[in-house]
Design a binder for this molecule. Sequence first.
Ligand SMILES: Nc1ncnc2c1ncn2[C@@H]1O[C@H](COP(=O)(O)OP(=O)(O)OP(=O)(O)O)[C@@H](O)[C@H]1O
Ligand SMILES: [Mg+2]
Length: 506
Amino acid sequence: MHSQRQPALLVRNISKTFNGNTVLSGCSIEVKSGEIHGLLGQNGSGKSTLVKILSGYQPPDAGAELLLSGVPVHFPVSSASVRDSGLAFVHQDLALVDELSVLDNLFVGRYGAGLGRPVPTRRLAAQARSALAQFGMQIDPGRAVSTLSSGDKACLAIVRAFLDVDGHESPALVLDEPTARLDRAEVERLFTAMRAAAARGAGILFISHRLDEILTITDRVTALRGGVVTGEANTANCDEDSLIELILGERLSSIYPPSSVVPGAPALTVAGLTGDTVLGLDLEIRAGEVVGLTGLPDSGADAVPYLLMGSRRATASAAELDGATFDVARMPISQRIRSGLALVPGDRAEQGAALGLTVSENVSLLRLREFVRFTFLNPRKQRTEVGRLLADFDVRPQRPNAVMGVLSGGNQQKAVMAKTLATAPKVVILHEPTQGVDVGARRLIFQIVADLSAQGTAVLLVSVEHEDLARLSHRVIVMRNGVVGAELSGDDLVKERIAEECLRTG
Ligand SMILES: Nc1ncnc2c1ncn2[C@@H]1O[C@H](COP(=O)(O)OP(=O)(O)OP(=O)(O)O)[C@@H](O)[C@H]1O
Ligand SMILES: [Mg+2]
């Protein structure tokens, strides 16, 4: 449509080396004006590093070029200069300042522009309100970002990116896994906004591990493997299998492992679980059973993991874990862990990972007791165990002393799983376990679920990925309005039926 124009974003020959470790090597990508361009690649392939270089957060190695609508921008770039040239970002970690208000986060980069003049707060607040409303958000711009839900934070970062380039003739937007924390309705809103921006001439670079999203929204794709561009394709010529081949360099047979486990005795029995959006849930999971739990936002499904684990307060519930009374309303979290319950939370940055500690410290956190002998840590035992866990969970790079925050997003997720499952729990709750992980790691996580089940561990899989639920679970519980709306098993255990039951009212 805008083919006569210069590409909205053109990068050439981007390389990046950290302490002798080459993460990107001679990457070139062209995003045309009016085009939605997918950037594909396994966890750790260098996608976010490229994004950070474009935003000026990190300098590239020598020789890199960046052109925006044909105009060269010289490295090192500053965040203000790229924004003024019409380039905006949603970063994988969102890059919001929690302590500041929504309004300040939306406009913080621009307050400096009118130095000495008072900030026109009222006008900006009105502008913020209307931009947020366009994205379906009715939040007070004065609210501290720390009080927002993780979905709202992601939406805020998206609104900011669109605002940053508002009015620019041929802007470029770079979105690093923007959908990872969004629900289906929010993803639809984002896609509508992306299509509208592209129709006005924007070029959009879109990163996602969800291949259905890539097939739905992109016009073209570029794949990175080990920091090198390994292929480009028109999306119209692709299907899920060919995208997987582009990403991994090989075809995959099924990503779902076969399982024939027959569940045993009840491992966890919960009656009348109440608290947050949950209004009385009865639940039983047997040893070796995989129970799927899902529902629309506010159905209560996504509160269940945190009520059971104790990070949100339950007001009532009678429960038994492995034959012993389990006081869901009052038990301290540490005691729940000792009783055999484990949770891999959905929001790893906030609840799962200590980003400032090393990978080894993170992975050992829940088992420190075992590594402590006579009040001294037994470092050799810890090293061996951590090494084994990192290998089992395919955490890359396998360097226990790396700081957790330096790992790519998907590798942090695998490390959080390693940490949680290292306690050999009897009941495991997995909340969106494949969020942000690449297709190879997804297959690994599904295999871990099957292995847990085969070992007799009870698994509660809380997710909005209907296909995964249908393929991995013995049965799926669909919540509506805080209670069980439907239970599906046997021939009804298909993604279409799950979606239908989620949407049914009453
Ligand atoms: N500041 C840093 N110091 C050292 N290594 C780093 C640093 N930042 C990133 N890396 C390494 O660069 C590699 C690429 O990471 P990057 O975050 O770009 O991957 P990604 O493709 O975005 O992965 P994901 O899909 O998991 O988000 C990883 O091996 C990571 O550990
Ligand atoms: Mg990344």
